[in-house]
Design a protein around this ligand. Structure first.
Ligand code: SF4
Length: 526
């Protein structure tokens, strides 16, 4: 039977419980948080928990399913915050037959703890020199101690200092790039709890228990084909980054692929390098969007995060120096901060202070965060935290980052080839149910372009569910479970918030709104 791990950081206690399979993915996170955290608990509170759940297909041969879901109570008057994390840790955890890790309590000692998980050994370890370390040094220290095959997630110095802009890093397979920092993450809660990192020492990525391995493999191949053959999913999105793609989609669905055709040059650029080149952030992603990003034959981006940063820096400040963007992204990641949100925070701050945004000012801003000055704390409080200090300047309110759901009213979602029609379910709600299904199952959301209006994909997903669990499944049952997940999350939120209770949908839906918008001409406002 699979396991749930309960880690109490106050008592330094580790309890393993057997898990009878009922819930999975975000549904399991919602269930555990509702059991463990009363709704009026604040974000940085000893009673808050962090729940880590590998997507259901993680650790199997289903393609592009290396995603770990991390959930927590967002803040006193909000519901559950979910972060969808790439890297190797999800497959390694699933291969140890671990369904969830629940972290509670708080370690108040000087040195933050590291949770080490191996096949027959789980321990909270105290690594002396890890406190205050930047991200790459943290990874080096841990992998020197426990081996390069470890999958690690954790925080940099900004998380230890509880900055709201801090996020979780996650390691990729051995190679370059070796890690990334997720968006919308929860570094401050790790910092508050005195937890620096979680390390999973396990060489295996595809050892999760499967009810019918042969059919799982066969169906996984069919699903891989659907992903690879899709022009957006397999090429444009990973090549351009979602911010650029959103802009292009505002002109219609015909994406110009010409600037991506020089991808083959990237291989040549790397031939003499001493680094192993990573194509995927976890094994068996059939998209493999790392080191495929290019704007010209000579310049390249190694990961989607750099493309996103390029688009954001260019849009906010007209910065288009590609080498600078790489370097800037890297410095943000070393601090363990959400690079894109930091760029938007700087844009707001510069407007409020009437500073002209440029490379020099961006460097200065990053130093302020690094040195944790007063300005650094303001910049590190994200756009919403910062704007709360300047409410009288109403014209800048529109620069505050908003949840994706705020945009839904601008779009008329039309999904041409739905696999099933559920009574009373609009195309928009079908889209939401599908995205949450993909998160529940552990898919990288880049795969969603290929699946959502493909008439066969949902059927394959429901078959895979059966081959993985041995539990009868249908297209309807997996979508229904996603709808139930959304309902549970909303109910929990409604216990603390009497109005404006809304769904929590991944930010990536902003791209999908544009892709599935009914008219190909631009009819919404950018
Ligand atoms: S598509 Fe890109 S971001 Fe998604 S899992 Fe694959 S390599 Fe990672």
């Amino acid at each position: 039977m699979s396991k749930l791990l309960y880690i109490d950081l106050t008592k330094k206690q580790i309890i393993k419980k057997q898990n009878a399979f009922e819930d999975y993915g975000r549904g399991l996170i919602a269930k555990i948080i509702r059991e463990e955290v009363s709704p009026n608990i604040d974000r940085l509170d000893d009673e808050n928990v962090i729940v880590l759940v590998p997507g259901l297909f993680s650790g199997t041969l289903a393609p592009s399913t290396g995603r770990l879901l991390v959930g927590t109570k967002s803040s006193k008057d909000e519901g559950i915050q979910i972060s969808n994390i790439a890297g190797t840790i999800s497959q390694k955890l699933a291969s140890l037959n671990i369904d969830a890790i629940v972290i509670s309590g708080r370690n108040t000692e000087e040195i933050p703890l590291t949770l080490l998980i191996e096949e027959n050994h789980i321990e909270l370890v105290n690594i002396n020199n890890i406190k205050g370390m930047n991200v790459s040094s943290t990874i080096d220290i841990i992998q020197d101690l426990y081996g390069k095959e470890c999958g690690v997630i954790g925080i940099g110095p900004s998380g230890e200092k509880l900055l709201p802009i801090s996020t979780l890093f996650s390691t990729y397979p051995e190679g370059s790039p070796s890690f990334y920092c997720a968006r919308n993450s929860i570094g401050d809660i790790f910092g508050y709890k005195g937890l620096k990192a979680i390390t999973v020492k396990n060489k295996k990525h595809f050892n999760a228990p499967v009810y019918d391995a042969e059919n799982m493999k066969r169906c996984s191949k069919e699903l891989s084909k659907i992903i690879i053959e899709h022009p957006i999913c397999g090429k444009a999105l990973p090549g351009l980054g979602s911010i650029t793609l959103m802009k292009m989609l505002s002109q219609g669905k015909n994406i110009d692929m010409s600037e991506l055709n020089s991808n083959n040059n990237i291989k040549n650029n790397y031939i003499d390098t001493e680094f192993k080149i990573n194509r995927t952030c976890s094994p068996l992603c059939v998209v493999g969007c790392l080191n495929r990003h290019t704007k010209t034959g000579e310049d390249y981006y190694s990961a989607p995060a750099e493309s996103e940063a390029y688009a954001a820096l260019n849009e906010c400040f007209g910065i288009n120096d590609k080498q600078y963007v790489k370097n800037f992204t890297n410095r943000c990641f070393e601090l363990g901060i959400d690079c894109i949100e930091f760029i938007f925070s700087c844009a707001l701050y510069f407007n409020l202070q009437e500073i002209e945004g440029n490379i020099k000012e961006m460097d200065k801003a990053l130093e302020e965060v690094k040195n944790l000055t007063l300005v650094g704390r303001v910049l590190g409080s994200k756009t919403d935290g910062m704007y709360s200090l300047f409410r009288e300047k109403e014209k800048y309110k529109k620069m505050v980052s908003k949840p994706s759901i705020v945009e839904e009213k601008n779009f008329n979602i039309d999904i041409q080839s739905k696999t099933i029609n559920l009574p009373g379910l609009s195309d928009l709600d079908y889209l939401y149910a599908y995205i949450i299904t993909l998160e529940n199952l552990g898919f990288c959301l880049f795969a969603s372009f290929a699946f959502i209006d493909n008439p066969k994909a949902l059927t394959l997903l429901s078959k895979l569910f059966f081959y993985k669990t041995g539990i009868e499944s249908s297209e309807k049952s997996i979508l229904d479970y996603a709808l139930k997940t959304i309902k549970n999350e909303k109910e929990y939120e409604s216990e603390v918030r009497l109005k404006n209770v809304s769904k929590t949908i991944p930010n990536f839906v902003k791209v999908l709104y544009r892709y599935f918008h009914k008219d190909e001409t631009k009819v919404y406002n950018e």
